[in-house]
Each structure stands twice: as structure tokens, then as C-alpha cells.
Design a binder for this molecule. Structure first.
Ligand code: F2R
Ligand code: MG
Ligand code: MG
Length: 311
């Protein structure tokens, strides 16, 4: 693939995360969201402010760049440093507890196992995964290994890890596709299905084709979910992308209109759509207002010059 196209996809995935997160943030927890409200609030804001989703995604990118690949200790301490600088980003309850324990000397790859008895299956590791999806886009085995290990820092439950790997693989698959060519939805879903190892995700992915053929937001919420759990949001983001594969704006607006965990489903939909369609597909009225956009773009550019290695 042309180097410029690939770079645009890295930019699209990272900026897409930030735009989806910041557009969805005002509606997190709402039951119904009106299209006009999303546009009106975005229009009124001078800056589109992101939340923990993008803040942690930035930490993932910073650590991958610094180490030219995954280093768990470094990524954990990057999360901690960023959190301590900006604890107001609306973090879920689990990560700050983990950060305090690691600060007190707990091992980065052991501590999260004890959270909620069997580890967290929240969507916190999937929401930040975009840099891993694009960085390892041509190596599915390493992609899974790094998705799992990066999840292990805060989300050690198998469903949390698998949600992160599924979201990363969706991003990787579309990174490998030329946006100008026909998009084969069946092939994309079949690849996701053969990659994912957990029955909970397989069952949800199996419902997507039927939901796409008879679009109904209510059924999407009932059958795929719009909640804070990885299994109730990652398949939903994949659905939102597939419902509007050729329009970043329409995919994001659809995701936010579902209500529930709007910033996170928006962020994950934005990462997939941005990685497929590229940076240019993200409307200027949104991307030009994204908080810290120059820094996020810089991270995406640095990430796109690599030979991935494992730390
Ligand atoms: N925190 C929020 N939103 C709350 C409101 C924020 C407000 N707007 C503000 O500004 O203050 N959103 C962010 O949190 C979600 C990601 O959460 P994460 O990182 O996964 O957290 P955690 O604590 O690990 O898991 C979330 C909840 O899932 C349930 N859960 C997880 N594992 C469980 C298990 N094994 N057993 C039972 N329950 C489990 C718990 O209820 C956790 O609290 C994103 O939406 C992000 O935007
Ligand atoms: Mg958030
Ligand atoms: Mg959220």
C-alpha cells in the first residue's frame, strides 16, 4: 500500500478515536440521543474535549513509540504518569485503583487479576487499543499477544482481553484495505469470527449480518448492547462501522445515537472507520476542534514509521 495512504490510516485511527470520544462524551449514560443535539453541542464547543478513552490511547501510543514495540512495565507507568497529571478525564473505577497498587510496588502484569475477583471485563482496554491495531496491522499473532498483554495491565478478565484483541483486529483488517475498492462485509465478518476465540463474542458477531439487513437501533441495543462491558460495546462499534462503512460522520453519529457508553462506542467506531477511510474522511468541523490534535497527529506519524518488536 502507498505510504501516504497508510499514514493517513494511522492518523485516521488515532484522531478518529479522539473525535468519536469527544463527540460522544456529553451523552455518556443517556438513553436516547438526538442527531441534532450531537451536532449542536459540537458546534457550540470551541474545543472538543476528550475523556479517559483518548487519554489512555495516547499513553498506549507514547509507550509503543518510545520502545518501538510493547513494554508492559513502561506502558503501565505511562498510564500512571498520564493519570496523575490529568485524573479528571472520567476514568472508570478500576484503573485508578490498579495504578495506586502498582505505585505501591505491585507487579504490572499481576495486579489486575485481583480486580472484581477475576479481573475487569470493562471496555477500558478495548477503547484505547487503536495504536496497537495500526502498529501491528500486518501481524495478527503479535497483535493478539500485545492486545492481551496491554489489557493485562488493567483488564485481566478473558472477556476484557478478548474484547481488546477483537477491536484491535478490526482496526488492523481495515488498515490493510484500500478505501477506494469495494468493501466485502461478509469477508470482514468471517475474518473477525475466525480470529475471536470466545463464544460470547462469536455469538454477537453472528448476529451482526441479520441486524444490518433490517436496521433497527432498538434491536442493536438489545442484541449487541451499548454498555460499559467490553462484550456489550466492542461488537456494537463493529456494527456501527459496518452500518456506514463509507462515511466516518454517519458511523459516529449512529454510534452516539444508540446512547449508553457513547464516548467509548464513539471512540471505537471512530478508530475503525478512521483506519479504513483515513484522516481525510474525518470532517474538518470536528477534527480541527479536537483537543490536543497536533500532539495526537504527531503520535500517529511517529507510529507509522516502524519495525515492530516485542519488548
Ligand atoms: N467512567 C466512565 N464513565 C462514568 C462517568 C464519567 C463522567 N462523565 C465523569 O466525567 O466523571 N467512563 C469510562 O469508563 C469506561 C471504561 O471503564 P474501565 O476502564 O473498563 O473500568 P473498570 O472499572 O475496569 O470496568 C468498568 C465497570 O465494568 C464492570 N465490571 C468490569 N469487570 C467486572 C467483573 N469481572 N465483574 C463484575 N463487573 C465488572 C464494573 O461495574 C466496572 O466498574 C468507559 O466508558 C470510559 O469512558
Ligand atoms: Mg470516557
Ligand atoms: Mg465511556
Amino acid at each position: 500500500m502507498n505510504e501516504q495512504v497508510l499514514k493517513s490510516k494511522f492518523l485516521g485511527a488515532l484522531v478518529g478515536t479522539g473525535v468519536g470520544d469527544s463527540l460522544g462524551a456529553p451523552f455518556e449514560g443517556c438513553r436516547e440521543v438526538k442527531l441534532e443535539e450531537i451536532e449542536a453541542i459540537a458546534e457550540r464547543q470551541e474545543v472538543l474535549t476528550y475523556t479517559d478513552d483518548t487519554h489512555m490511547m495516547i499513553g498506549v501510543a507514547e509507550s509503543l513509540i518510545r520502545n518501538r514495540g510493547f513494554d508492559g512495565e513502561d506502558m503501565a507507568h505511562t498510564f500512571i504518569k498520564n493519570y496523575e497529571l490529568e485524573p479528571f478525564r472520567g476514568y472508570g473505577p478500576g484503573p485508578p485503583r490498579i495504578f495506586r497498587l502498582i505505585r505501591a510496588g505491585a507487579a504490572w502484569d499481576e495486579v489486575a487479576q485481583g480486580l472484581y475477583h477475576s479481573g475487569s471485563y470493562g471496555n477500558g482496554s478495548a477503547m484505547r487499543i487503536a495504536p496497537i491495531g495500526v502498529f501491528y496491522h500486518d501481524n495478527p499473532a503479535m497483535l493478539r499477544e500485545v492486545a492481551y498483554k496491554s489489557s493485562q495491565i488493567t483488564h485481566a478478565h478473558q472477556l476484557g482481553k478478548e474484547g481488546a484483541a477483537l477491536q484491535a483486529y478490526a482496526i488492523a483488517l481495515v488498515t490493510n484495505l484500500e478505501p477506494g475498492l469495494a468493501f466485502d462485509r461478509g469477508d470482514f465478518l468471517a475474518k473477525l469470527l475466525s480470529y475471536v476465540t470466545d463464544g460470547v463474542y462469536q455469538e454477537k458477531l453472528n448476529r451482526i449480518e441479520a441486524l444490518l439487513s433490517q436496521p433497527d437501533g432498538g434491536r442493536v441495543i438489545i442484541e449487541l448492547g451499548n454498555g460499559i462491558e467490553a462484550f456489550n460495546s466492542v461488537p456494537t462499534a463493529i456494527y456501527c462501522f459496518l452500518s456506514q462503512p463509507h462515511s466516518f460522520a454517519q458511523a459516529i453519529l449512529y454510534a452516539i445515537r444508540l446512547g449508553g457508553d457513547t464516548d467509548t462506542i464513539g471512540a471505537m467506531t471512530g478508530a475503525i472507520s478512521g483506519a479504513y477511510l483515513g484522516f481525510e474522511s474525518i470532517p474538518s468541523r470536528w477534527k480541527n476542534k479536537l483537543e490536543n490534535r497536533l500532539y495526537i497527529k504527531e503520535l500517529a506519524k511517529k507510529l507509522s514509521h516502524p519495525t515492530p518488536t516485542m519488548g
